[in-house]
Design a binder for this molecule. Structure first.
Ligand code: 16G
Length: 255
């Protein structure tokens, strides 16, 4: 790939802004995203990249090392640096209330979960307030690592009133289909999304480096009666998920 247009001189200009090594890092990420280079392709040598782009070898090394840490590139001893297999990106609509299982089924992707926890607990003050529990109520907590194929995509930690989910052991693969059977499937939800960098434990579960960017999502789901049925905190891998919202021109235009 040493003759690859990706590293034509002046190419870095398109990725302007921030320290040079971060510009180069972004530039390589964009090239992978735009399929200018593919999984398994070898990167030119550090010296070639530095010469072509007119940057120092230290800059190239820093960018490459960071991408190796994030799993975007792999280094094979003695043979060079390659583009790592890229996870399949998943799009989730922000206007439909769907479950993880349904999202994946729509894309024909196989899904499985590893249970991290499931049981009945004494609720935290936060769970009591959000789920509208009374002093004597218990809470059902389920925590799962959600996996598609071989790729862990998300960690989901859900709390529900134990009245709604008295036996967390009985959930099969889908929480929502289990709730549906009992007439408790949510019909509406509020979702709050923010960026976080992954702590060590969550990063290990998601098989990425600690500190990489991910999406923290809180979903509060409601029954037709207006009662909260589920409060879930999820961590989605930033490199595998796109959340897509359809926007329409609103009434507040020009006000
Ligand atoms: C989604 C929901 C989660 C819900 C789960 C049920 C987000 C961010 N989260 O992953 O709140 O508990 O679906 O999925 O979308 P399941 O029915 O496959 O267990």
């Amino acid at each position: 790939m040493s003759e690859h247009v990706m590293f034509a001189s002046g190419a870095l200009q398109a990725a302007r802004g921030g320290p040079l090594y971060l510009q180069l890092k972004r530039f390589i990420e964009d090239a992978i995203r735009n399929e200018l280079v593919h999984a398994g392709d070898a990167l030119p040598s550090e010296r070639d990249i530095a010469a072509k782009l007119d940057v120092s070898r230290v800059t190239v090394r820093k960018a490459v090392q960071q991408l190796v840490r994030e799993g975007v590139l792999v280094q094979r001893h003695g043979s060079g640096t390659y583009v790592a297999p890229q996870p399949h990106r998943v799009e989730q609509s922000l206007s439909q209330l769907t479950s993880f299982t349904e999202d994946m089924a729509r894309r024909g992707m196989a899904v499985r979960s590893t249970w991290l926890d499931r049981g009945i607990y004494h609720p935290s003050p936060e769970e009591t307030v959000i789920l509208g529990l009374s002093a004597t109520d218990s809470v059902a907590r389920i925590a799962r690592l959600r996996i598609s194929g071989d790729t862990p995509l998300a960690i989901e930690r859900a709390s529900l009133s134990a009245r709604v989910l008295p036996d967390p052991e009985s959930i099969g693969t889908s929480l929502y289909s289990h709730l549906e059977k009992g007439g408790n499937r949510p019909v509406r939800a509020i979702q709050r999304i923010r960026a976080v960098s992954l702590g060590e434990d969550d990063a290990a579960l998601l098989e990425v480096a600690a500190g990489v960017a991910s999406l923290h999502i809180e979903r509060t789901s409601y029954l037709p009666s207006g009662r909260v049925v589920e409060f879930t905190r999820s961590i989605y891998r930033g490199d595998t998920y796109d959340f897509v919202a359809e926007l329409r021109l609103g009434d507040g235009r020009g006000r």
